[in-house]
Design a binder for this molecule. Sequence first.
Ligand code: 5GP
Length: 207
Amino acid sequence: MSQNRGKLYVISGPSGTGKGTICKELLKDNRNEFSVSMTTRAPREGEVHGKDYFFVSKEEFLEHVERGNFLEHATVFDNYYGTPKDMVIKRLERGRNVLLDIDVQGGLQVKAVMPEAVLIFILPPSLAVLRSRLEGRGTETQEVIEKRLSKAVNEIKLIGEYDYIVVNDVLEEAADLARSIMKAENAKVPEKVMPVIRKYEQEEKGE
Ligand code: 5GP
């Protein structure tokens, strides 16, 4: 029973939890591919168009929304972000696993349209650790840090909608746990065969 279609993984969690680094670890396995999002925010130093994001204008972004080109899209910290739909579908059909590094609003939209997606939430060990990681980066003002922390608390409230929680205290352990989740998901009996099994069971029982 081969499962040819790849799986879609949503990786969410407050900024500063290290979900980007965990994604990078998972991408060392060449069956996994990253979905590059489209955004209206300005590129940060070192970010590459087409690799980190597709950086577009608000007008261009809204045109894509209009044409229904996104699997999900959301406003995060005053900028638009969206997952290009076609690329995700094509890769899944080719049997690749696709990783989305998106926020919780986006994760819930994906779950609504593709309930078979696997949702993983990356948590910091505590809010105090998250605060010190954000402050330690030295790239954000205190006001931005407070905004990110309050978004973090709001996102954590929706954790019950996710399938798995990975606490990122020691990076290597968190990455190992995420890899194990993917392995277990690959070993799952596909939902499609369950009706077939049930049919045989009913026949056996003479129902
Ligand atoms: P950053 O601007 O720091 O790269 O990302 C800010 C937040 O936007 C992160 O939580 C990231 O996961 C989220 N994000 C990135 N791309 C997308 C996307 O396509 N859709 C949604 N909903 N969130 C995204």
